[in-house]
Design a protein. Structure first.
Length: 187
């Protein structure tokens, strides 16, 4: 039986719940494309079944920020996902901030090894530093999902080199996420 992976491409294409902007890019565009490419890799693997929060670039979830987050969680819970992965691009006022990192509800969560494996996979395929995995129980998508969930900050949109890597080489991030998922399952 295939493992059901829900890929949440963080943010809507416009408000409500639009993402960060930096280095000439929009977070919601980067997460959309990397999510699509990750889903394609998972769909080609008989071990997995995948569902995307934004199947098209125009998909808008909810009419408020809260409704957008609730729609993503509700869709994953209703579908019966085994794991939830939310993709994001980090932002900082420090223009040299760098790295990929993961968030989980708690450090005792069964999502921790998945987050660690994905962060490691992204770091390996992109060369972006591995910043680790941290607890962030306040994040809606981590506390309201019925399955182990992680939010992955793939790189910094406010750091030109990382933003360009996400924009122009999304396949590297997709490959890193995919390899991390496979490693987590011992495949």
């Amino acid at each position: 039986m295939a493992i059901k992976i829900y890929i949440d491409q963080g943010h809507n294409p416009q408000n409500p719940n639009a993402g960060a902007e930096g280095s000439g890019f929009r977070e919601q565009d980067l997460t959309y494309e990397i999510g699509q490419q990750t889903a394609a890799l998972l769909e080609a693997d008989p071990n997995f079944e995948v569902r995307l929060s934004r199947p098209t670039p125009e998909t808008v979830l909810g009419t408020t920020n809260a409704e957008s987050l609730a729609a993503r969680v509700r869709d994953a819970n209703t579908w019966g996902a085994n794991y939830f992965i939310s993709l994001h691009a980090n932002a900082s006022t420090i223009p040299t901030a760098t790295g990929t990192e993961g968030y989980v509800y708690s450090l005792g969560s069964p999502a921790v090894p998945l987050a660690e494996s994905i962060v490691q996979g992204i770091s390996e395929t992109t060369g972006i530093p591995d910043r680790g995995v941290f607890a962030r129980p306040s994040l809606y998508v981590l506390r309201r999902t019925a399955m182990p969930a992680t939010l992955i900050e793939m790189g910094f949109i406010t750091t030109q080199s990382e933003a360009e890597l996400m924009a122009y080489s999304p396949q590297l991030f997709a490959q890193g996420i995919y390899q991390g998922i496979r490693r987590f399952f011992g495949l």
